[in-house]
Design a protein around this ligand. Structure first.
Ligand code: C5P
Length: 240
């Protein structure tokens, strides 16, 4: 089985305003519905576990009924951090899954994830064991003081920025989450937890369009990118 856990239980502190970014409209649908549909439509995914803030469980469940999402088997409450929200999904999979099942984790606020990328991550787990979508950085990188004064330059040639999906065998992710919790280690993605087990993780290049919606301008950018995606799809359909 191939599962995907989609954490969307953030409160959007960095976004500003009262609205949680995963529930904002992106074109004709809420951000999280775009994300869920991408995994629903992937032939590589069997079941989806969706994690939301506890107070949004009833409204989310009601909204989801309007979309055809048969692979979405569980909508559960998240925790105070992304790590806790993913752990809530893992608790469930630990009970029902097998060691050699594959688990992907994908941010609820990355609605432009492509079918090709999802397929490449699942295939990557089968061939390499542990895989993350990521991109080589293009900006120059500096380490700075607390007061934002540059201390030194970092060589960017071997630095990649992490995206999601990130994919692992169930047994590996269970152990990584257990160890992270036991050590009170704070992680912003699953690769940080799995790395600590000494398991090699392969980066596969994700498209630059696979953005995480963190600020209001990211939402505008996502609208633009989505329109471009749809326009090129209609051009392809017309040519076919
Ligand atoms: O915190 P960050 O912006 O990296 O969030 C990435 C994803 O993790 C988002 O989809 C967000 O909703 C989710 N998250 C969560 N539970 C939290 C905090 C963030 O599921 N407590």
């Amino acid at each position: 089985m191939v599962y995907v856990i989609i954490p969307a239980a953030g409160h959007g502190e960095r976004f500003g305003g009262k609205n949680k970014k995963q529930f904002l409209m992106l074109a004709d649908k809420p951000v999280f519905i775009h994300t869920l549909l991408a995994f629903q439509e992937s032939a590589c995914i069997d079941e989806i576990i969706f994690v939301v803030p506890e107070e949004d469980l009833p409204s989310t469940k009601a909204l989801i009924r309007d979309y055809g999402l048969p692979k979405l088997k569980y909508v559960i409450a998240g925790g105070r951090s992304r790590q806790e929200s993913v752990a809530a999904g893992m608790l469930l999979l630990k009970e029902k899954g097998q060691d050699d099942d594959i688990v992907l984790v994908h941010d609820g606020v990355r609605p432009l994830v492509t079918n090709t990328l999802i397929g490449a991550v699942v295939e990557g787990v089968r061939t390499f064991g542990a895989v993350v979508a990521a991109r080589p950085v293009t900006d120059s990188l500096k380490e700075v003081t607390d007061g934002a004064v540059i201390q030194k330059s970092l060589a960017r040639e071997r630095i990649w920025a992490m995206q999601t999906p990130q994919g692992f065998y169930l047994s590996v992710l269970v152990e990584a989450c257990r160890k992270g919790a036991e050590d009170h280690f704070y992680a912003t993605d699953e690769a940080m937890l799995v790395e600590r087990l000494g398991v090699p993780i392969l980066c596969i290049e994700g498209p630059s369009e696979n953005i995480k919606i963190t600020t209001a301008s990211d939402l505008k950018m996502a609208e633009f990118l989505l329109k471009n995606q749809n326009d090129s799809e209609s051009v392809r359909a017309e040519r076919a």
